[in-house]
Design a protein around this ligand. Structure first.
Ligand code: FAD
Length: 424
């Protein structure tokens, strides 16, 4: 655990102030850590010692809502929940609902390449960001104008979406927005096991259906999610669906999806577990366990459909072998025609911090090793921050060296969030 402190915290109120701060920092060779709302879980916003922390939360204005083009332009420090509430008044939504909606910023979403709970319909943030403004480490401003598509070389927006503050400070973002859905049709299904559920999700996406919510839980998580629900037997895998959009289309999509599910043994049950989840979906589940003294973490990876069942089986066995009371639960909630995100919750009981720290590290090593061996990506949406540094070279191979060369060119003095993404 790094225990550094920043040398100072500054809270600029305009993009021009950000530019001036970065220019001064560059002149005096002071490293900078961009800071959104601090909800990142991989240590990306943690100072390693002596950096200047640039807290962006005062950059919180909505600059333009253009319902005709279907875009919104905001300053990067705006809180996600505040933005959604403002869009709601116009009958609009970004479709990006991370669990941390109310404790994260739009700039943080873009910087971490995040995903919302409805990503299977609206896409990840990289599908939603149309343009952005960035203050580069040497103090210049780059504007990637929002246009529907372009073919003028590699995407510069994508250089910054996922850059985790290492290449510059994002000061404004233009996002795609949608009309709020006319209908949101929810269903809860049970499958004999999660393998059958994964098969249903694959076939649903490959049939070009687009559920707004599709969340399949393994038996461990199903037991918590569906406790007390009529029609659920422990050992089964429960799955939540919401189909949304125009009523007629949503009804047809749901009907077709339920037929696919029935084909692999899926059956609709009482929808109360979905209603409970919907009412809690923006809360942090970990608070109760952490205050009880347990150590808890979540790890999200991405993998092709073919790899997922084995990944679940082998990772579960490997981490449970580390400690007799290791809790391992999984869900799959960001699904694509070619694969899905596997989101794992790991928890072990109270113990001296040094022991917990060692166990935590071994747990990560097991998960990352198996993920890479079985053909997955080490992160789907939380990003890399500091804590995934050990695995980035293997994840990106020559690409990591290339990223460092890009950083050397954009940030010649290595002042922008050094040490994150395993970059200098
Ligand atoms: C309970 C909980 C639930 C979560 N659920 C989700 C989820 O569903 N989906 C998801 O994707 N993530 C989730 N996260 C992770 C986290 O909320 C996201 O990564 C979020 O996008 C981070 O935003 P932030 O504003 O808090 O960024 P911070 O934590 O402040 O920063 C994260 C990184 O981005 C950089 N950064 C921040 N703002 C800027 C900027 N303007 N310009 C350049 N760099 C910047 C920082 O330097 C740092 O490297 C969750 C976290 C928690 C604690």
């Amino acid at each position: 655990m790094p225990r550094g402190l920043p040398s100072a915290v500054v809270r600029p109120g305009t993009a021009e102030e950000v530019r001036a701060i970065v220019a001064v920092a560059n002149r005096h060779r002071v490293a900078v850590v961009p800071y959104g709302a601090g909800s990142g879980v991989l240590g990306g916003a943690i100072p390693l010692g002596g950096e200047l922390c640039v807290d962006l939360k005062r950059l919180n204005r909505i600059l333009e809502i253009d319902s005709f083009n279907g875009t919104v332009t905001v300053e990067a420090g705006i809180n996600g929940g505040v933005l959604e509430a403002a869009l709601r008044k116009h009958g609009l939504t970004t479709g990006h609902y991370p669990q941390s909606l109310n404790m994260s910023t739009v700039g943080g979403w873009a910087a971490c390449r995040g995903a919302g709970q409805a990503s299977s319909r609206y896409g990840k943030i990289e599908d939603i960001v149309l343009g952005l403004s960035v203050v580069l480490p040497t103090g210049e401003r780059l504007v990637v104008r929002p246009v529907p598509r372009r073919a003028v070389g590699p995407s510069l927006a994508d250089l910054f979406v996922g850059s985790e503050g290492t290449l510059g400070i994002i000061t404004s973002v233009t996002l795609r927005v949608w009309s709020r859905p006319e209908a949101e049709l929810g269903s809860v299904l049970v499958f004999p096991n999660h393998e059958a559920g994964l098969d249903a999700l694959r076939r649903i996406m490959q049939a070009e259906l687009r559920p707004a919510i599709a969340r399949l839980y393994d038996a461990v998580e199903s037991a918590e999610r569906a406790r007390g629900a009529a029609g659920f037997t422990p050992g089964q895998a429960v799955c939540f669906f919401v189909f949304s959009g125009l009523t007629k289309l949503a009804e047809i999509e749901r009907q077709l999806a339920l037929e696919i599910c029935a084909d692999v043994g899926g059956r609709e049950i009482d929808r109360r577990p979905l209603d409970r989840w919907l009412s809690e979906r923006f809360q942090s589940y970990s608070a109760g366990h952490v205050s009880a003294g347990s150590f808890m973490d979540t790890i999200e990876i991405a993998a092709p459909w073919r790899a997922l069942p084995e990944m679940h089986r082998r990772i579960s066995a490997a981490v449970k072998a580390l400690h007799s009371e290791m809790h391992f639960g999984t869900h799959w909630s960001h699904i694509y025609p070619d694969g899905a995100c596997q989101y794992m919750t790991l928890r072990f009981p109270a113990m001296p911090f040094e022991d917990a720290s060692r166990l935590h590290h071994r747990m990560w090593e097991e998960v990352m090793r198996l993920c890479l061996d079985l053909g997955g990506s080490v992160s789907h949406h939380h990003g890399s921050g500091l804590f995934r540094n050990d695995w980035l070279v293997e994840e990106l191979n020559e690409g990591h060296r290339l990223l460092q060369k890009l950083k050397d060119a954009i940030d010649p003095n290595h002042l922008m969030n050094p040490g994150k993404l395993a970059l200098q």
